[in-house]
Design a binder for this molecule. Structure first.
Ligand code: DX5
Ligand code: ZN
Length: 235
């Protein structure tokens, strides 16, 4: 299967990755078509194991089933205790990109290598309590840092404004160590909070509720997020 990793995208562009967690799970294929038609750049898949976070979502069989219905890059966010064990199954199911949590139990370098070996791009995510400094030593060999702007586990939570300086710090570090790095944010991102986080250097925006449940439709919601392009600092 040919992968479409995040390295295919320009990190100077604002990219929208709707989180499938907010979709109607009874109708995933048409929900995905709906956000594709709305102009989504990627599709964000939240994988939870009921252990790393207190919630359960979906596993490789669901990813394999929806793969047939989408051409979007599958931006896979593993909120699981043992990511290393599941890199192969998620890649085989159709993941193009895999992000794991630095706070998980597995060795980060081994996990990075395993993801690369599958031909996927690699991301590291950090929870709100983990500082930017924790990712510095990995920036030269990953493609994306995902800064959680809520505690991972559930959609529909409020954006944590105190994560704004962390995003700025990571974008500044990337300027020196890896200018092509995507800085992704996840949790409570909508047409308003986007105006505060993109100026700090976030270029990849995960949005569940704001896109799938937008009262004026997904297309208008995606457009509001893309409109933040003019606020992205030159990097
Ligand atoms: C939370 C997930 C998010 C979540 C975002 O643990 O990682 O991707 O779906 O949902 P919203 O955009 O509704 O905050
Ligand atoms: Zn997520």
């Amino acid at each position: 299967m040919i992968k479409k990793p995040v390295t295919d995208f320009d990190a100077r562009r604002v990219l929208v990755s709707p989180s499938l967690l907010a979709a109607d799970f009874a109708d995933l294929a048409s929900e995905i078509k709906r956000v594709e038609a709305a102009g989504a750049d990627l599709l964000h898949l939240d994988i939870m194991d009921g252990h790393f976070v207190p919630n359960l979502t979906m596993g490789p069989p669901v990813i394999a089933a929806i793969r047939k219905h989408s051409i979007l890059t599958f931006d896979t966010h593993l909120m699981i205790t043992n990511p290393l064990k599941y890199v192969k199954p998620f890649s085989a199911a159709g993941a193009d990109h895999i992000t794991f949590h630095l706070e998980s139990d597995d060795n980060p370098d081994e996990t990075i290598r395993a993801i690369r070996a599958e031909g996927c791009s690699v991301g590291i995510s950090i929870k709100p309590a983990t500082p930017a400094s924790a990712v510095v030593n990995y920036l030269d060999r990953i493609d994306l840092v995902l800064v959680m702007t809520v505690e991972p586990g559930f959609g529909g939570q409020s954006f944590m404004a105190d994560m704004i300086p962390k995003v700025a710090e990571i974008r500044a570090l990337a300027g020196k160590l890896n200018p092509k790095l995507h800085v992704e944010v996840d949790g409570g991102i909508d047409g308003e909070t986007v105006k505060r986080i993109v100026p700090a250097g976030a270029n990849m925006l995960v949005a569940g509720t704001a896109v799938f449940r937008a009262p004026d439709g997904a297309q208008a919601a995606v457009e509001r997020l893309h409109n933040a392009q003019k606020l992205l600092p030159v990097h």
